[in-house]
Design a protein around this ligand. Structure first.
Ligand code: HEM
Length: 166
């Protein structure tokens, strides 16, 4: 049944002129397995990976840094910003692990979209920069990184979390 739902989502995505990407069931299996190796790494995987992702995000979009003043972005190694990185990594983990379950994925990303919509200044462009950061950093952390599977699946996740932003 889940396979059917995923394939249906792909067909619907293909029918949408704005979206030519499709996260197939096979793509989702690859991404979930490759992500798992990063997320569960014993050497502080979440914080280390979050630091790499946010460092690249702030290179691509320096203005985005101001959005995180409440969580002590001035010291990216601080407990406050480390906690922010863990929240983001955990949100990403929930979404990526739901790739093969479209209704669950939509519920998770919809909830995160509402959390971001409540934060003035957070934009779709910022999320596109985060997508780029993830696509640049993950190959450095994952053996046999599969760029097609990742770009097919990550795009929909980022779309979902940034849904409703301007
Ligand atoms: C992979 C993409 C991302 C995920 C999974 C994610 C997830 C999260 C989560 C789970 C929270 C905590 C929400 C809460 O407790 O209310 C959060 C907070 C936040 N996110 Fe994201 N986020 C992502 C990308 C971004 C991007 C690209 C931006 C801006 C450019 C952004 C801006 C913020 C801000 C400003 C907060 C609030 C920080 C504070 O507490 O002051 N997020 N995010």
């Amino acid at each position: 049944m889940q396979l059917f739902i995923t394939v249906l989502a792909c067909v619907l995505a293909a029918a949408n002129a704005e979206s030519s990407v499709c996260c197939s069931y096979g793509d989702s299996r690859v991404v979930m397995a490759q992500w798992d190796a990063v997320f569960t790494a014993s050497n502080g995987g979440k914080v280390t990976t979050g630091y790499a992702l946010f460092s690249r995000l702030f290179e691509l979009a320096p203005g985005a840094k101001d959005l995180f003043s409440r969580v002590n972005v001035g010291d990216m190694r601080s407990p406050q910003f480390s906690a922010q990185m863990v929240r983001v990594m955990t949100g990403l983990d929930l979404a990526l692990n739901a790739l093969a379950d479209q209704p669950l994925l939509e519920s998770l990303t919809g909830h995160m979209a509402a959390q971001h919509a409540a934060r003035p200044g957070v934009t779709v462009d910022g999320f596109r920069m985060m997508e780029q950061s993830i696509m640049e950093i993950m190959p450095q952390l994952i053996d046999n990184f599969n760029p097609d599977a990742w770009s097919n699946c990550l795009h929909g996740v980022i779309d979902g979390i940034s849904n409703g932003l301007s």
